[in-house]
Design a protein. Structure first.
Length: 305
C-alpha cells in the first residue's frame, strides 16, 4: 500500500465529472487534465461518485472510469471509487475491482430500486466491507436518489468494522442536525464527510467533519474555504461561503442533473472540458437566465480568490 493509502481518509476530495467524446466514450485526456488540475489546486484526493454519472455509465463504463482514475492519480492523493449497485454481488465486484486498482477506499449508496429494512441495508453494506480490506464510505444520497439510512445502520456497521474501516457521508436533510446525531451517538468516533457541494460546509465543519466531497467545478473556492476554516479566519470564511453557497443553490434547484449540467458548464468555462455532454436521458438543463446568474456569481468568486 502507498503512504496515502495507509492514512485515514480526510480533507478536500472533489468528485470528478466524467468528460465524454461526441460518441459518448470517456474522454481520457480531458479526464487526466481534470485530475491534474484537482491536485494542482490543492485537493487531497479525487472521488468517482454521483456527479461522475456513475449510475448511467453501465457496468463496463464504471470499471473503465475507475481504472482510468486510479492510473491518472498516480499516488498523488486518495482515490475513492463509488461501488453502490442494485445487487450486493455487483457492489462487491466493483469494490474488489477498485481495491485491485489501488484505490484508497470505496463508497456506496444503498440500492435505489428496492425499499430495504434497516437490517437488510446493514447487511448490504457489511457484505461490501467484508469483501475488501480498504475502507468503505457509507453514503446517504437520499437528497437525490433512494431512501435515507437509519442511524442504527451506521452504529451497527461502526461496531462491526471500527472507525478505521467505515466512514460516513450523510446527505439526508436536515444535514447538520443529522450529522451531529451521528457524531454524538458514536462519542465522536465516526469519521464524517460533508457532501452538499459546499452549501453546508461551514456548518458541518463546526460539527466535526474530517473532510468534504464537493464537485470539481468550484474546487479552488472550496480549498480556500477549507483552509480558512482550519485557520479560523471568520471574515474569509463567510466571504467565500456566501458566494459558493449562492452558486450551489442555483445548481441544487435542478437536483442531481442541476449539479451535473452547471458543474460541467463551469468546467468548460474554465477551459478544462471541451464540451458539456451528459449521458442521456437528463431531467433538467439550465435556461439562459440561469446561466447568466451563474456567470455573475462565478466572476465574483474568481475576483475574491
Amino acid at each position: 500500500m502507498t503512504e496515502t493509502n495507509c492514512e485515514l481518509l480526510h480533507g478536500v476530495l472533489p468528485v470528478l465529472h466524467t468528460p465524454f467524446t461526441e460518441s459518448f466514450a470517456i474522454d481520457v485526456p480531458t479526464l487526466e487534465r481534470e485530475i491534474d488540475w484537482a491536485f494542482q489546486t490543492g485537493a487531497d484526493g479525487v472521488v468517482c461518485a454521483m456527479v461522475s454519472e456513475t449510475l448511467r455509465l453501465g457496468y463496463h463504463g464504471r470499471k473503465e472510469l475507475a481504472t482510468r482514475v486510479c492510473q491518472a492519480a498516480q499516488g498523488r492523493g486518495f482515490v475513492v471509487i463509488s461501488v453502490g449497485a442494485e445487487s450486493s454481488a455487483e457492489a462487491r465486484d466493483f469494490a474488489q475491482h477498485a481495491e485491485l486498482l489501488g484505490a484508497s477506499a470505496v463508497m456506496a449508496i444503498p440500492p435505489v430500486a428496492t425499499s430495504l429494512s434497516s437490517a437488510t441495508t446493514t447487511e448490504y453494506f457489511a457484505s461490501i466491507a467484508r469483501s475488501i480490506s480498504i475502507p468503505l464510505v457509507v453514503q446517504d444520497a437520499s437528497n437525490y436518489v433512494g431512501a435515507s439510512i437509519d442511524l442504527r445502520v451506521y452504529l451497527k456497521l461502526l461496531a462491526e468494522f471500527s472507525e478505521q474501516r467505515i466512514f460516513f457521508k450523510p446527505e439526508a436533510s436536515p444535514l447538520g442536525p443529522n450529522l451531529s446525531k451521528l457524531r454524538d451517538a458514536t462519542d465522536g468516533k465516526a469519521r464524517i464527510f460533508e457532501g452538499s457541494g459546499g452549501i453546508n460546509l461551514v456548518d458541518c465543519y463546526r460539527r466535526g467533519i474530517v473532510g468534504t466531497m464537493p464537485g470539481t467545478d468550484l474546487l479552488d473556492g472550496i480549498v480556500a474555504l477549507w483552509r480558512a476554516l482550519q485557520a479560523g479566519d471568520e471574515e474569509r470564511i463567510y466571504q467565500l461561503s456566501l458566494l459558493i453557497s449562492a452558486l450551489v443553490y442555483v445548481q441544487i434547484q435542478g437536483g442531481l442533473d442541476g449539479f451535473l449540467s452547471i458543474e460541467k458548464y463551469l468546467l468548460k468555462k474554465r477551459g478544462l472540458f471541451s464540451n458539456t455532454l451528459q449521458m442521456q436521458p437528463c431531467g433538467w438543463q439550465p435556461d439562459a437566465e440561469t446561466i447568466a446568474e451563474v456567470d455573475r456569481l462565478f466572476v465574483r468568486l474568481m475576483e475574491l480568490l
